[in-house]
Design a protein around this ligand. Sequence first.
Ligand SMILES: [Zn+2]
Ligand SMILES: [Zn+2]
Length: 114
Amino acid sequence: MTDDTTPMYEGKDIHVRQEPCCLHCWKQPPKLLKCSQCKSAWYCDSACQKNHYKQKHRKTCQKIAKFTKIMQQQTVLLGVSMTDNIFETEVGYFWDLPHTQTYMEASYDLADGY
Ligand SMILES: [Zn+2]
Ligand SMILES: [Zn+2]
């Protein structure tokens, strides 16, 4: 489940507003483990991760992982025919994608998780 340790948060996830902390026990150890499936959840060790996954993260994690996969596929597909940044030129089309719904739900679930 956990494949890598990340000493510093990269600051790209808009859902994380403060310093990253363990989603299970709220501690802030110097090193946090990142959920390898969704890459959006942080834990101080694998025990915390397992507990949190069982209690509430499973559903959110699966949604995010699924969406991330779909997005990667879509990006590849769109990349074939578009040379411009799709976020600038095709915003309307992009947000009409049904998969976006899954992402929004996952985002809200994740926000609740905090
Ligand atoms: Zn913890
Ligand atoms: Zn996860």
